[in-house]
Ligand binder design. Structure first.
Ligand code: ADP
Ligand code: ZN
Length: 713
């Protein structure tokens, strides 16, 4: 329960009672009295607290930081306000005939009163229902008239509480019957749970994993258990929510960060008071909801990196937290994906997780055909239109002429990732961060994708006055080229810039699904678990920037992204087609993709990781140090580094300069620890905690912020 407690001389703060004791834990601490207990029933369950404790311990952060991530702030600060709706009713004792007569000289008010009587279904017994004020204003076409009736005391206005999220009113239908392959998978999963906590469902795109989940959820509900269904980001929830609502009706609760805090409070409270099992679909933070009798956690698209919270603390991975939650609540976990993370795949191959596979797509759909186009050759032969190779342009023309749809994928937003001066070759940089500014042409601005800093696009190089040229291309530039190349096509663009408003994403998806648009241009947003019936071609404009990332996961990621985006191609009875343009056509990754050979990619990556001491053979801890003074930062980093080398020896890296060494006016340095998977992680973190505490107490540590990222992505 929440309590109000005094802090310092004059402050009162809200806290949650973790436990009770009757003697001071520490003699130096003076005990004070609780001012008041705010709740009659607990607002946090013991099950939630157990997860918080694990998270604070594992991710090396405070319980308070976990609490801030776990609870809608309206629960703690109590600044939640119930939404109310204004209702109107006829004042007691009003004689209707008299009232209408009295309004003879105000015919519009009289008319409005008539509207009210009509809306409220006034009957001969003199009974009239309360109606929403909004409805009468609409009918009267004028708010003043309504107010005048209230001022005349003919109508009484009352405020009544109303839920922000209206209950589902649509129809509920039975789930689709499973195909034999899906049925087999569901049975294998049930069997696997006898001796495994976690099962990995590795099913190719469109094999019907979601149908299998729906089936398993139904089983859980029948057994009186709740189900938590995690999706990597709200981007995915729109299509899925509709699909699940049709089966589970108002037993489904939706939870994600685009809800307002007040909306989240209502969902939270609704679950706290729930008296029957529920299905909760949500992004990673749904893990923290109060869940009664949890039976199953589904982690859909388990390979997605957005399951990891990067900032602020707790920097947790929802997949790991889901497994711990299931451990604590004696529930099961189902990880589903067409392209498992190397970690999960590895755990399945060594028997730590059970493995269930589905290799056939629903309705006899075959996997798409993948064609690789050599950009170097295309440019050399001058067979390019902007960033489109001749064969790609030709195929798009044919597909459009055939009345089908196209998805164009480019993993950069904006017009051009950098501008460069043709004389001094320097790009305009962010003033706060060491990164080139991205050109956003429609807005006529250059913007930093790290801190949001933005300036009107300069006409010439700010350093030497030379002419500027756009380098590289983002989705905005593609949109422009598409408009020139295919003027008749209806085009939409889906990226962070076009989906900022609450329903923009849903509109883009629905329009494309209903074939109101022909070409959808997008960033990785378009790669995610969406299904469209008329997409016969998917094109990747330049695969190279996916491969050339300075990150040991870049091949894994590139494969996942390309395989997932490929999965959007293909319709019933016709093989989909994927065209990938690249400067590196000989790269193994394209061979693996062409054969849809996940295992070959995974085995190669596993061996590389073993060789270069990466997960799953080693666990990583990243320490990020920041200070606004680069000299102080360097001194601090040297000092911490020597402490860590003494404690960890060769498990400690050198001091690393990150790819972006300055962000938001703070200089950054990194130190990385590698701990053998066979060693005690808890012990290593304890040791690290001691060294960090020591560093903080030294003069060199003063003012240096150190953030620990456990299992970084
Ligand atoms: P995945 O999650 O593996 O990508 P989905 O479960 O989303 O695949 O299925 C892909 C498409 O096929 C969806 O449109 C879904 O409605 C349809 N589908 C899959 N299985 C069935 C089934 N058993 N009955 C009817 N439709 C199905
Ligand atoms: Zn910046």
């Amino acid at each position: 329960m929440r309590v109000l407690v005094p802090l310092g001389k004059s402050k009162l703060i809200t806290g949650i009672v973790l436990g009770a004791h009757d003697a001071p834990v520490d003699n130096r601490i003076r005990l004070r009295d609780i001012v008041s207990v705010l709740d009659e029933q607990p607002v946090v369950t013991s099950g939630q607290l157990r997860l918080w404790r694990w998270m604070a311990d594992y991710y090396m952060c405070t319980l308070g930081e976990v609490m801030a991530a776990a609870l809608p702030s309206g629960i703690i600060d109590d600044d939640y306000r119930a939404r109310t709706v204004s209702y109107l009713r006829l004042a007691d004792g009003v004689d209707l005939q008299q009232a209408l007569d009295s309004l003879r000289r105000a015919p519009r008010q009289q008319q409005t009163l008539m509207h009210y009587l009509h809306l409220a279904r006034f009957d001969q017994t003199g009974q009239a229902a309360d109606i929403e004020r909004r409805l009468l204003v609409e009918a009267a076409g004028n708010a003043t008239l309504v107010r005048q009736l209230i001022e005349r005391r003919l109508l009484i206005e009352t405020e009544q509480p109303a839920p922000r999220i209206p209950p589902y009113m649509g129809t509920v239908e039975p789930a689709h019957p499973l195909t034999p392959d899906q049925q087999r998978a569901a049975e294998q999963i049930n069997d696997a749970w006898r001796d495994h906590r976690v099962t990995l469902l590795h099913g190719v795109t469109s094999s019907g994993k979601t149908e299998v989940y729906i089936h398993l959820i139904q089983q859980q509900l029948q057994q009186g258990c709740s189900v938590l269904y995690l999706v990597p980001e709200i981007a995915l929830t729109a299509q899925l929510t509709e699909r699940l609502q049709r089966v589970f009706g108002d037993r489904l609760a939706v939870f994600h960060s685009r809800f307002s805090d007040d909306e989240r409070v209502e969902i939270y409270r609704g679950l706290l008071d729930a008296d029957r099992p529920r299905v909760i679909i949500g992004a990673r933070s749904a893990l923290f909801l109060p869940l009664h009798r949890l039976g199953l956690v589904i982690v859909d698209e388990e390979h997605e990196t957005s399951y990891k919270q990067q900032s602020p603390a707790p920097r947790y991975h929802a997949r790991s937290a889901a497994i711990m939650l299931a451990e604590q609540q004696d529930a099961h976990v189902l990880l589903g994906t067409a392209t498992p993370s190397i970690e999960s795949w590895y755990n399945a191959t060594i028997g730590k997780y059970a493995l269930v596979t589905m290799n056939t797509r629903y309705a006899g759909l075959s996997l798409p055909h993948i064609r690789i186009i050599d950009l170097e050759r295309q440019y050399h032969r001058k067979e390019m239109y902007g960033h489109f190779s001749d064969p790609l342009v030709e195929r798009i023309r044919e597909v459009l002429a055939d009345g089908k749809q196209v998805i164009l994928f480019q993993n950069r937003r904006g017009y051009a990732p950098r501008m460069e001066c043709t004389q001094c070759h320097r790009p305009p940089l962010c003033v706060n961060c060491d990164v080139p500014l991205t050109q956003h042409r429609a807005q006529g601005r250059l913007t930093c994708h790290y801190c949001g800093y933005s300036i009107p696009a300069p006409p010439r190089c700010p350093q030497c006055g030379g002419p500027l040229r756009a380098h590289g291309f983002g989705t905005e530039r593609l949109e422009e080229e598409v408009a020139t190349l295919f003027p008749a096509a209806r085009v939409a663009r889906m990226d962070l810039d076009t989906t900022r408003s609450k329903n923009a994403y849903r509109t883009l998806i629905n329009d494309f699904a209903q074939h109101k648009t022909d070409i959808l241009i997008g960033t990785q947003m378009v790669t995610k678990g969406l299904h469209f019936d008329h997409v016969s071609l998917v094109a990747v404009l330049q695969a190279d920037n996916l491969l050339n990332q300075p990150d040991f996961r870049s091949y894994e990621r590139a494969f996942q992204m390309l395989e997932q985006v490929s999965g959007r191609a293909g319709r019933k009875g016709q093989q989909g087609e994927v065209i990938i343009q690249t400067f590196d056509p000989q790269n193994d990754i394209f061979r693996w993709l062409q054969h849809h050979d996940y295992a070959a990619m995974a085995v190669a990556q596993r061996e590389e990781r073993r060789l270069f001491r990466y997960p799953p053979f080693y666990r990583l801890i990243n320490l990020s140090l920041r200070h606004h003074n680069s000299g102080r930062l360097e001194t601090g980093a040297e000092c911490l580094h020597s402490l860590l080398v003494t404690a960890f020896g060769s498990r400690c890296s050198g001091v690393i300069i990150p790819a972006v060494p300055r962000v938001q006016n703070a200089y950054l340095l990194e130190i990385r620890l590698r701990i053998e998977a066979t060693a005690s992680y808890a012990k290593a973190k304890r040791l690290l905690g001691e060294q960090l505490a020591r560093f903080a107490s030294l003069p060199e540590g003063k003012g240096v912020t150190v953030l620990a990222d456990i299992d970084p992505l």
